[in-house]
Every structure is written in C-alpha cells, then in structure tokens.
Design a protein around this ligand. Structure first.
Ligand code: SF4
Ligand code: SF4
Length: 378
C-alpha cells in the first residue's frame, strides 16, 4: 500500500480509503447493516494496509458510524484515521426558525462521538457544503465553523474539513472564506470528470489534504474500456481509474465504497502499485480523450436549452451515452445507458425540428441523434 500526507494534518494515510457509505446489508433486511460482514471487511482492509476510513452522521441512519465504533474497540485507536461528517447540508440547518446552528452542530458531533464510542475524531467535515451553505450557515457568527473551532480546541476533533459537490470556482471561494480553517476537502475526481483539477492543485499548494470520492466514476468505470486499458497496458478499467486518480500528486487518498471482499482486494492491489500512472501514461490518456472529443465533436454541456422535446426525447442523456462510447471507449456502459432511456432514446425522435437552432454549442441535434440511435440502438 502507498501512503501519502493528508495535507498538513500530519496523517500519513493509505492511498486507498475505505468509504463506509454502502456497507454490506443483512439478507433479511436490505436496509440493515450486516455488522459482522462489515467488520470482516474492515479487518481485511487493515491487513491490506488501509488506514483511512470515511463515514458520516447520515450514512445508514448512524449504523455506519456504529460499525466503525465496534471496530475501534478491537484495534489500536492510533492505527487508523477516522473521518466523519456533520450534516450541515441537511434541511435541519436550512429551515428558518429551527434551533441555532452552532448548538445543532455540537449536538450532532456529540451524538457521533457516542455512536463511535470514542473521545476524539481525527477529521471532522461539514458534509455536502455548497458555497451558499458555507457563507450563510457554516461561516455565520456563532455557527458551525465557530463551533468546530471550539471542538478542536477541546480535543473532540483534530482537523476540520468539508465535503463538496459545488463547482470548482465555488470550492475556491469556500477555501478563501475559511481563512485557513479548512485542512481537508473531499471532492469528486475521476477519468470521466476532471473539472476539479485546478482545486486539487490549489490544495496541494496550500497543504490542504484531498480525499477523492467516486474514483471509479460512481461505478461507471467498472465497465470495460479497451481504449484506456490498452493506452496504459493495465489489466482492467477500474485499475486504470484508480491509478489515474493516484497519479495526481495533490491527491492524498482515493476512497471507494466497498462492500465485497473481492472488490476490496482488487482496489488494494491497484492502490499498492508502486507506480501510479507514469507521465507517459497520463499523456496517452490526455491525448486519447482530446482526440476522441475532437473527432466526435459532440460538446454537449447538458445545459438543457434544447429541452423539453415535445416527443419526450432526453437529448442530453442520449449525447452523454454517446460520449461514454466514443470519448471513453465505454461501449457496454453506453449501450446500457441508452437502453435505460427507453422511450426517451434517440430512436423516438420524429424529426419535428422544434429543437433546431436552440443549442449554444451549435450541435445539429436531429442529425446527431440519428448517429446515436445507429450506434447504440439494437
Ligand atoms: S427534432 Fe427530435 S429531438 Fe428535436 S424536438 Fe423534435 S422530436 Fe425532439
Ligand atoms: S442545448 Fe446543446 S449543449 Fe445544451 S443540452 Fe441541448 S444539445 Fe446539449
């Protein structure tokens, strides 16, 4: 296993992080965590060198944190790092007239410490923080950020961070607004979604740890892409995906939500590769993506200006499927997504012409939909 600095926190974390958002469930109840199976996975993860575990107040109604709590009882507390999150993005914090947000933050924190039966949390994050949430709620006087700083002084938490799905520009604004208080960010980054690269660069410059969610594109990169595997000589597409994320020097850990032993072992093997993708491999991937994008010329931004289609065709959805096939070589995934579109798929375009000229990217929608139907339809 490779280990990396989590920014300036002093933590040396495993390149593979264990995301505890979808732990195994019991056979009788698909909503109930199977604690025995979860703990077996945690034990194996530690054997394979994983030392970074990520959970949250909201995961599985608190059972994810309770599973971590059970695990903490059987291992040396200092052998692993626990990240969990306060649900500031939840409606509890948004509804006017609700209790003040500082005390609400503290109540959730104390509940989490109790669930995990621990007296300190290594990394405590504001969960799903958008720029506006941060500005209006988190950073308000006497709000969650002030409460987090106090909890840090008291030793209840060691480091403060955010998890964020907002735009790169807004993430940068949160970093500015927090004035050094943010020590760790969890953000999305993978082969299919590289927009956060400038934020990762900035975090590296400022010593902010970066934990990546969705390194295999939310499961999309489990599907085979011969284009990627051949470009870098890898065994599988998930392996390329993980090694791609880890090749970014600003990334501290790539988290995977694992609920099967085989998946854990495959991920651990990829994260243990002494060399993440080399500079030549990365250049080959860049070239492949840019060449394919240019050849396809289908720069649909999913803006929706062409919608709605009076015949129910999901225009951006069809183009997204085509991009998976043609830009990323994920043909199986593209065909699966196309099939799922059902009556919204390209073959249901009746060529009424209503969407003509509406696309700011100048996409000839009718013509391109015909290509999608021919390529991905049965
Ligand atoms: S041309 Fe096709 S996609 Fe465009 S609005 Fe008409 S039916 Fe819908
Ligand atoms: S208007 Fe163009 S870019 Fe926007 S969703 Fe439609 S096809 Fe895509």
């Amino acid at each position: 296993m490779q280990y990396r600095n989590l920014g300036h926190t002093g933590q040396k974390v495993s390149a593979l992080g264990f995301g505890c958002m979808r732990l195994p469930k019991t056979k009788d109840d698909p909503k109930q965590i199977d604690f025995d199976a979860s703990l077996a996975l945690f034990r194996r993860a530690v054997e394979l060198g994983v030392n970074y575990f990520d959970t949250a107040y909201l995961y599985d109604n608190g059972d994810s944190e309770r599973a971590i709590g059970k695990f903490l009882k059987e291992i040396n507390r200092s052998d692993i790092f626990i990240t969990t999150k306060n649900p500031v993005g939840h409606q509890w914090y948004q509804i006017p007239g609700d209790q003040p947000t500082g005390p609400l933050f503290r109540k959730c924190l104390e509940e989490e410490l109790e669930r995990m039966e621990t007296d300190t949390i290594d990394n405590y994050l504001f969960h799903d923080t958008q720029f506006l949430t941060f500005r209006i709620i988190v950073g308000a006087e006497g709000g969650p950020l002030d409460a987090a700083k106090k909890a840090k002084e008291e030793g209840l938490i060691r480091h403060i961070g955010i998890s964020c799905h907002d735009t790169p520009q807004n993430m940068m604004k949160i970093i500015d607004m927090a004035k050094g208080a943010i020590e760790l960010i969890i953000m999305q980054y993978n082969l299919l979604d590289r927009k956060n690269e400038p934020v990762i660069d900035r975090c590296r410059e400022e010593g902010i740890g970066v934990a990546i969610m969705g390194p295999v594109g939310g499961g999309k990169l489990i599907h085979p892409s011969p284009a990627y595997t051949e470009a870098v000589g890898a065994k599988s597409t998930p392996e390329v995906a993980l090694r791609f994320v880890l090749a970014n020097p600003g990334v501290s850990t790539a988290m995977s939500g694992m609920n099967e032993m085989a998946q854990l072992e495959e991920n651990a093997e990829a994260a243990s590769a002494t060399e993440p993708l080399s500079a030549d491999d990365l250049a080959a991937i860049d070239k492949l993506q840019k060449d394919n994008e240019a050849l396809l010329g289908l720069y649909c931004t999913a803006c929706g200006y062409c919608m709605p289609c009076s015949n129910g065709v999901d225009i951006p959805g069809n183009f997204a499927a085509m991009n998976f096939a043609k830009v990323h070589g994920l043909v199986d995934l593209a065909k699966q997504q196309y099939k799922r579109l059902g009556e919204k798929s390209a073959e249901h375009c009746v060529e009424c012409g209503e969407c003509a000229g509406k696309c700011p990217q100048h996409i000839e929608i009718q013509e391109r939909l015909k290509e999608v139907a021919a390529e991905l339809g049965e």
